[in-house]
Write a protein that binds this ligand. Structure first.
Ligand SMILES: NC(=O)c1ccc[n+]([C@@H]2O[C@H](COP(=O)([O-])OP(=O)(O)OC[C@H]3O[C@@H](n4cnc5c(N)ncnc54)[C@H](OP(=O)(O)O)[C@@H]3O)[C@@H](O)[C@H]2O)c1
Length: 342
């Protein structure tokens, strides 16, 4: 990661640039941080595709965003679209990517936001551990399937949401290669999430760094930037044990504000990663307050395991193998070979 400074202090909504003409896909956009990001991006004029597994919820979210923008008197014809996407099923990821590709010859931003923490179902449709499948493998596949649409758009970005939890995550690429479950028998006994959530967030950070290196290696202007929201009051809390959930309620927010902020505040770090013109590929943003839980977006510290290049390469190879999605990254400046011309 580039260590320039802590980033411009106090970066906030007022720093969001005009985004008219920019085409954005946000996964898990019907709630929480994804909804807030979509609202703010559309509010600056971007065309936003809300890629969600629950279409009625996605349509409701689109309606709320349109009403919000109209009420503020900004870009009253906000272009907000909905797209079905279930990251827990590779067939759905393929179908969604196909439809997005058909509608958008070029994309400027892909925000890999959707995630689960302790889902009740233990596996995905493809038999992967569910937390790992939704939070990592589904996102890996979606990004690979949309990458050519991003590559044709100068300065486009892939944004990856990670978490402070990545610091305690462990990745076992050998287990991953074995298909499912990647982290031992616990994941089939319904306890997916306890270890898998941190692991999936570590995997996403490793993915972002490896993707950035691969993009740079072929001279692409597309960059990969990671971010985490700190600790934000969102629907994710419903998956926490009751005792922890109690601290996340609105009633508790005045006393917990040093540790837990709103979904809107949590959206700022990923938003900065997405639109700050000074952001560079391979950077990682998060709140700058105590423990990185709340505060204004600044550079965040990635754990040592996240920066392990050998691990990143192994994970990448295994992810291509188990998802069947291969990233076709060719040098932009290499002239076609004779074979290509025949
Ligand atoms: N909140 C925090 O403190 C915090 C901290 C660190 C990282 N994060 C990360 O921030 C991201 C957003 O989470 P959030 O806090 O905003 O939680 P949230 O309110 O629960 O939102 C999660 C979103 O992901 C969607 N999703 C879940 N499973 C999906 C699937 N199989 N396919 C497609 N979409 C799916 C959800 O859709 P449904 O409405 O259909 O369930 C929802 O739109 C996640 O990656 C999370 O890990 C959050």
């Amino acid at each position: 990661m580039h260590r320039r400074d802590r980033g411009t202090p106090g970066w906030g909504l007022a720093d969001l640039p005009d985004l008219r003409g920019r085409r954005v896909v946000v996964t898990g956009a019907d709630a929480g941080i994804g909804f807030q990001m979509s609202r703010m991006l559309a509010g600056r004029g971007a065309t936003v595709v809300l890629a969600c597994r629950d279409l009625p919820l996605a349509r409701q979210a689109a309606g709320r965003i349109r009403a919000d923008i109209a009420a503020a008197g900004r870009h009253p014809v906000a272009d907000i679209r909905v797209q079905h996407l279930d990251l827990a099923a590779l067939a759905s990821v393929h179908a969604a990517a196909e439809q997005i590709r058909a509608e958008h010859p070029a994309l400027d931003l892909l925000i890999n936001n959707a995630g689960v923490m302790r889902p009740t179902e233990s596996t995905t449709e493809d038999g992967f551990d569910r937390t790992l499948g939704v939070n990592y493998l589904g996102r890996f596949a979606l990004t690979g399937l949309l990458l050519d649409r991003l590559l044709v758009s100068p300065g486009s970005r892939v944004i990856v949401l990670s978490s402070l939890a990545h610091h305690v995550g462990r990745i076992d690429p050998v287990g991953l290669a074995a298909g499912c479950p990647p982290f031992g028998p616990a994941s089939v006994s319904g306890s997916t999430g306890r270890r898998q959530y941190p692991a999936s967030k570590l995997a996403m950070l490793m993915f972002a760094f490896e993707l950035q290196r691969r993009l740079a290696a072929v001279g692409a202007s597309t960059i990969a930037v990671a971010a985490h929201p700190g600790v934000a009051r969102t629907g994710l809390a419903r998956e926490l044990p009751a005792v922890m959930r109690a601290f996340m309620t609105d009633q508790m927010s005045p006393v917990m504000s040093w540790l837990i902020h709103s979904a809107q505040a949590g959206a700022l770090a990923p938003l900065r990663a997405a639109v700050d013109p000074t952001a560079r590929g391979g950077e990682y943003y998060g709140p700058d307050g105590l423990f990185g839980a709340t505060g204004a977006p600044a550079f965040a510290r990635a754990g040592r395991a996240a920066r392990d290049r050998a691990g990143q390469r192994l994970l990448w190879a295994e992810s291509e193998r188990v998802t069947g999605v291969r990233y076709l990254l060719r040098p932009a400046t290499v002239p076609p070979s004779t074979a290509d011309l025949m």
